[in-house]
Design a protein around this ligand. Sequence first.
Ligand SMILES: Cc1cc2nc3c(=O)[nH]c(=O)nc-3n(C[C@H](O)[C@H](O)[C@H](O)COP(=O)(O)OP(=O)(O)OC[C@H]3O[C@@H](n4cnc5c(N)ncnc54)[C@H](O)[C@@H]3O)c2cc1C
Length: 243
Amino acid sequence: MSRQPSAYHRPQSVDEAMGLLEKTAVYSLGGGTKLLADDVQGEVVDLQDLNLDAIEWTDGVLTVGAMVTLTDFAARLADAPTTGAAPLLADAIHRAGANTYRNAATIGGSIASRLPDSELLAALLVLDATLVMGDGAEVALAEYLADDTIMGLITAVRIQCTTGHGKADRVARTPADYPIVSVIMWQPAGGEMRIAGTGMNARPALLNADNPVCTHPGDFRGNAAYRAKMTAVLIKRAAAAAA
Ligand SMILES: Cc1cc2nc3c(=O)[nH]c(=O)nc-3n(C[C@H](O)[C@H](O)[C@H](O)COP(=O)(O)OP(=O)(O)OC[C@H]3O[C@@H](n4cnc5c(N)ncnc54)[C@H](O)[C@@H]3O)c2cc1C
């Protein structure tokens, strides 16, 4: 039988939420698609009254509140100022799972879940996303994914949506399955190409296109040698698309 949270809190301000989250075994509740399915052993702090559901564009930077659902995020990208980043993000959101799940899952919860195969996290990495934490500090997503000791309330994600073009590519057993290996390339206008991938390491990570590091030990989806080989193929295709 699934375990219920031992207490439910619904704070009215970020400060109040931060106070509640200071205790151990107290968890932020976003859309609940993962937290509640994982059998919570502790208390939950529902973030829905904190006004973290706005999306703003300022000078090429997109700021998305942590409680924006993946469905609302994708819908708002459709009216975004013309930039190649919007379709790249919309495609990555679409690949994040079925629409029933996207209707509930939030961007904050998706980031905090640090899912190893998330193409959405890879897309955010190439767009140089940073996280705004409850105390106002800003942390690079790349740093957050590489360091599990960085925890705490995420209130927003800031994404560099300058002009450019991108390409996503993947190898998967079926179109609906998690990718075995995936690569996302972003070529900003006048800037340096950035590539991120999943399935090569424990978490989505930025890659060195000339010398990608693959530490994934392999699993039922694909062994280590196959992953390394496919990484090289996908990076080659991404570089060709950038050129
Ligand atoms: C049946 C099932 C199917 C799934 N399918 C997919 C899928 O197809 N693709 C996919 O990518 N994922 C999938 N997931 C994983 C999960 O749904 C995602 O990670 C989801 O994006 C989590 O978002 P959420 O808002 O529901 O987070 P929650 O479930 O509310 O929280 C998830 C984690 O994030 C923390 N958290 C939530 N919000 C914040 C915040 N603002 N700041 C700090 N920490 C926070 C919570 O404390 C918890 O640890 C699936 C999970 C289940 C159970």
